[in-house]
Design a protein around this ligand. Structure first.
Ligand SMILES: *Cc1c(COP(=O)(O)O)cnc(C)c1O
Length: 459
């Protein structure tokens, strides 16, 4: 028999109780958190879909690895395992361990960036953009046109627009391009995959103009799943082989291990060039830690080495993508506007279409995130004008390209009934749509404002 139902390919050995709460309690808590779900405590949340970052459940093997962790300052066995695993996966000789992805970004982009430089990407993730802009450089997004149309079904909506990429190289001058960055999967663009063909074309473009090509590889295993399913010529390759092929097209990679390495903390920078690696290593030692642990404990490095193997298990990846698709399909059938097709790690709701009466300057995504919390204790993340909106020189509001709310699914954490509950909360919100109000910002910091901004309701 070939079963239609994809089951969770694991049993639950340890459980973490969830504190259930009432709508009254949640309304009070959210008001005290200034209508920013990032400012809630985890006990106030029932289903936490804020992020898939660092929220994975580790396996028995990873926990066993934690006990084996070698905490030696220099040259620990756990470091050797992690380094060998990453070298084999990426093909890059120089591996720099960091406490998370953004630390690796800081090492690299503070070297490649600086005023006058530009970086061109399918879409820069928020910490990537922040690190680039913090260096004084400019971050330019060139997603393909299809990425901007949530309803349009296309297999690789995470691709970079090659024409726009070349235009930007010519306009800014190749000598001013810090790097071309491919984010796989494209997180801010809907968790959509990038094709191998697109990555190969980026390699060719980089060669044509003598540029560096950096992979932001946080979800490269999930991306490999989509390539195997959707791109001709990859049906008989393993997921790991597909990821290896993509890494070998690039000149370096950054990875937050909090995603596809299935751990709660960690990251790395992997490079091909010795000179650049040595420069980054100097900063690593000053800011993170010695070069054989960076910002990590030995046990963390052990768990990363194991997680990077487990993530390519076909049963895991099939369960993973299927469970995300399940939520997306249910919402779509119910009439909730979502980005189609459903991406790898998250379902993205089009909040502009969900609340058409709320203009972008009143943050429809924030409104939806707040409603999800009040009604169901579900914590989600706005990816719209709170995250990316800004004001131009004349004080005019420039909205984000899309107003999205992301339901990020932690890896190996929630069961199908948690997801059925989430779907039920949406059914309730659909009926309440008209009464929902927008928000205005009452406080914001200069960088990454969505983490700490405060809001009040617009009347
Ligand atoms: C999470 C993430 C990062 C940053 O990694 P952290 O570990 O959160 O610092 C960079 N790029 C992408 C695409 C990410 O998803």
């Amino acid at each position: 028999m070939h079963a239609k139902v994809t089951i969770e390919p694991f049993r639950i050995k340890t459980v973490e109780p969830i504190r259930l709460s009432s709508e009254e309690e949640r309304k009070d808590w959210l008001q005290k958190a200034h209508y920013n779900p990032f400012l809630l405590t985890s006990d106030q949340v029932i289903i936490d879909l804020l992020t898939d970052s660092g929220t994975s459940a580790m396996s028995t093997e990873q926990w066993a690895g934690i006990m084996r962790g070698d905490e030696s300052y220099a040259g620990a066995r756990s470091w050797q395992r992690m380094e060998a695993e990453i070298q084999d996966l990426t093909g890059f000789p120089y591996i720099l361990p960091t406490h998370q992805g953004r630390a690796a970004e800081h090492l690299l982009y503070s070297k490649l960036g600086g005023s006058g430089k530009v970086f061109i990407s399918n879409t820069h993730f928020d910490t990537t953009r922040a690190n680039i802009e913090f260096s004084g450089a400019q971050a330019i997004d060139c997603p393909v046109e299809a990425a901007l149309h949530p309803e349009e079904e296309a297999p690789f909506k995470g691709n970079i627009d090659l024409e726009k990429l070349e235009e930007n190289i010519l306009q800014h001058g190749a000598e001013n391009v810090g790097a071309i960055i491919l984010t796989v999967t494209n997180n801010s663009g809907g968790g959509q995959p990038v094709s191998m063909q697109n990555a190969r074309a980026v390699r060719n473009m980089a060669d044509k103009y003598g540029l560096r090509f950096i992979l932001d590889a946080c979800r490269i295993a999930e991306n490999a799943y989509f390539i195997k399913q959707r791109e001709a010529g990859y049906q008989d390759k393993s997921y790991r082989e597909i990821a290896q092929e993509m890494f070998r097209l690039a000149d370096g990679a950054i990875m937050s291990a909090k995603k596809d390495a299935l751990v709660n903390m960690g990251g790395f920078l992997a490079l091909k060039e010795l000179d650049l690696a040595l420069q980054c290593r100097t900063t690593l030692i000053i800011t993170e830690g010695y070069s054989t642990y960076g910002g990590l404990s030995g046990r963390d490095m052990e768990a990363i080495a194991i997680g990077l193997r487990e993530v390519f298990d076909p049963h895991y990846l099939e369960y993973r993508i299927r469970s995300t698709t399940y939520v997306g399909e249910k919402l779509h059938e119910m009439g909730v506007p979502i980005i189609r097709p459903v991406g790898g790690h998250a379902v993205y709701i089009d909040a502009k279409a969900f609340y058409p009466h709320i203009p972008p300057e009143e943050f429809p995504g924030q409104a939806l995130a707040c409603q999800l919390y009040e009604a169901g204790g579900i914590r989600a993340c706005e990816i719209g004008s709170v995250m990316f909106g800004h004001y131009d020189e004349n004080g005019r509001f420039i909205p984000a390209k899309m107003e999205l709310v992301r339901l990020a699914i932690p890896r190996r954490v929630y069961t199908q009934s948690h997801m059925d509950y989430t779907v039920e909360v949406f059914r309730y919100l659909l009926d309440q749509r008209e009464q929902v109000q927008g928000f205005r910002i009452t406080y914001e910091p200069p960088f990454l404002r969505h983490f700490t901004a405060r809001f009040e309701k617009v009347n």
